[in-house]
Design a protein around this ligand. Structure first.
Ligand code: MG
Length: 411
C-alpha cells in the first residue's frame, strides 16, 4: 500500500471572542466580527492510499500554520507505505529538525499524520485502533466538563457528569469563594478540579499560597498552577501542597512531557491529543507515566472531534487512563462536524468499535466555516488596568493582587 495524496480541512470552530457567529455563511454574522480571532480552529487531515483506503487525523498547535507545514511535508510522504507508522514519524522529525525542536507546532503536524496512519492501519486490518494498541480495558471513557457556577455544575451533575473543572484565576479570594460554592452545591459525589492555566504572573510562592487555601475542598487536581516554562517551580508548588498537581497540555512528545513525569512534579499528565505527537507519542507518554505511577487525563482546550476519537481509543487501551476533558457545550457545530457524534452517558463516552478510528468528518459542513484567525486574545486587547498585556508581570501593590480590599487573610 502506498500514500497517494494528503488533504487538509481547516475550519473556524466555535464562536469568536465576541460571542457572535463565526461563519461567513452563518445568518446574522456581523461582517466586522470576521476580523476577530476565533476561540479555536480545527485542522483535519486525510491521507489517501492506492488501496482505496483513506485515513483521517486532526492536529492542533496553531492549525493555520500546520496546514502549510503539511503541504511542505506532502512530497516527502507520497509513495510511503502507510503501515510503517513509526518509520514515517521518524522521517518527519528529521525533516523538520531545521525548524527547531518538536514543540507544539511540530508535535501538531506529527499528530495529524500519525493519527491518520493509525486510522488507515485499522481500516486495512478491519479492526479498531484500540485493538492495535493492546486491546480494551474499558468500554466507556470517563469525561469531565467545565463549570464555573453552582448552577451549571448542578446541571452537569444532573446530566451524568461525575467530574467538573473550573477556572481559578483572580488572586486568592475569588477562586476560593468559587470552589467553596461548587463544593457546597455538589457535596462529594462530584469531583472538582481547578485550572489556573499556567499564568506566568503566578509565581511558585503565589501558587502555593492559593493551593493551601484550596486544600479544604478536596480537589481532584490543581492544573497548571504556574507557567509551564518554570519547570523547577513545580517542585516548590508540589512540596507546598497536598493537592495533586496536573500539567502538560502546552508541550508535546514524550521528550516534552518527560521532566514533569520522571521528576515527580505532577500526579496527572495532560498531553493534548491534537498536538502531543499522535497516538504513537500518546502511547509512549502514557507508558512513561505508568512507570512513575502518574495518571493520564488528556487536555482538550483545542481538541476537535477527530482527536477526541483518538483519545478514546488510547484511553480504552491504557491502564492509567483517568478522565478525558470535553468542553461539551462549546459549540453546537461540533456535533455536525463529526460522523457519528459520540454522546455522553453517565459521565462517559462509549469506546468506538468501528474499523480504524471509526469516524469521519462532514466535509461540506466543515467548508461552511472558513478560518478567520486563531489567537488567544483579540487585537487591541488590554489588561484590566488598561495597559498592554504582559506575559511576564510584576506584582507591585501585591495586596491588591490577592485581595479586592488589599487585606486578604484567607490562608
Ligand atoms: Mg488547562
Amino acid at each position: 500500500m502506498k500514500i497517494t495524496a494528503i488533504r487538509t480541512f481547516l475550519m473556524q470552530a466555535g464562536p469568536t471572542r465576541s460571542g457572535k457567529p463565526n461563519a461567513a455563511s452563518a445568518p446574522g454574522l456581523d461582517a466586522s466580527d470576521t476580523k476577530l480571532p476565533g476561540s479555536r480552529n480545527w485542522l483535519f487531515v486525510k491521507i489517501d492510499t492506492d488501496a482505496g483506503i483513506t485515513g483521517i487525523g486532526e492536529c492542533s498547535g496553531w492549525p493555520r500554520i500546520l496546514q502549510t507545514a503539511i503541504q511542505d511535508l506532502t512530497p516527502l510522504l507520497i509513495g510511503e507505505d502507510p503501515m510503517h507508522i513509526e518509520r514515517i514519524a521518524q522521517k518527519i522529525q528529521v525533516a523538520i529538525m531545521a525548524h527547531g525542536s518538536l514543540g507544539t507546532v511540530g508535535g501538531g503536524v506529527l499528530t495529524g499524520i500519525d493519527m491518520a496512519l493509525w486510522d488507515i492501519k485499522g481500516k486495512a486490518l478491519n479492526t479498531p485502533v484500540w485493538n492495535l494498541l493492546g486491546g480494551k480495558l474499558r468500554d466507556a471513557v470517563a469525561i469531565y466538563t467545565h463549570a464555573n457556577s453552582a448552577e451549571f455544575a448542578l446541571s452537569a451533575r444532573d446530566r451524568g457528569f461525575k467530574v467538573i473543572k473550573c477556572a481559578g484565576g483572580g488572586g486568592i479570594e475569588e477562586p476560593v469563594r468559587k470552589v467553596a460554592a461548587l463544593r457546597e452545591a455538589l457535596g462529594y459525589d462530584v469531583d472538582i478540579a481547578v485550572d489556573l492555566h499556567g499564568p506566568p504572573w503566578l509565581t511558585p510562592v503565589d501558587a502555593a499560597r492559593l493551593a493551601r487555601a484550596l486544600e479544604p475542598y478536596e480537589l481532584l487536581w490543581l492544573e497548571d498552577p504556574i507557567s509551564p516554562d518554570n519547570i523547577d517551580g513545580y517542585e516548590r508548588v508540589r512540596d507546598a501542597t497536598s493537592i495533586p498537581l496536573a500539567a502538560g497540555e502546552r508541550v508535546s512528545g514524550v521528550f516534552g512531557e518527560r521532566e514533569l513525569i520522571v521528576r515527580g512534579l505532577v500526579d496527572i499528565i495532560q498531553p493534548d491529543t491534537g498536538r502531543a505527537g499522535g497516538i504513537s507519542q500518546m502511547k509512549k507518554i502514557a507508558a512513561l507515566a505508568e512507570a512513575h505511577h502518574v495518571m493520564v487525563a488528556p487536555h482538550s482546550g483545542s481538541l476537535g472531534p477527530v482527536a477526541e476519537y483518538a483519545a478514546l481509543h488510547l484511553m480504552a487501551s491504557i491502564p492509567n487512563a483517568m478522565v478525558l476533558e470535553r468542553i461539551e457545550d462549546d459549540w453546537e457545530g461540533r456535533a455536525r462536524t463529526i460522523v457519528p457524534h459520540p454522546v455522553q452517558k453517565d459521565g462517559a463516552l462509549p469506546v468506538p468499535n468501528g474499523p480504524g478510528l471509526g469516524c469521519d468528518i462532514d466535509e461540506e459542513f466543515v467548508a461552511r466555516y472558513p478560518s478567520h484567525g486563531n489567537l488567544s486574545i483579540p487585537a487591541g486587547a488590554k489588561a484590566s488596568d488598561g495597559s498592554s498585556p504582559l506575559y511576564v508581570k510584576s506584582k507591585l501593590q501585591r495586596g491588591r493582587f490577592f485581595s479586592a480590599d488589599g487585606n486578604n487573610r484567607s490562608n
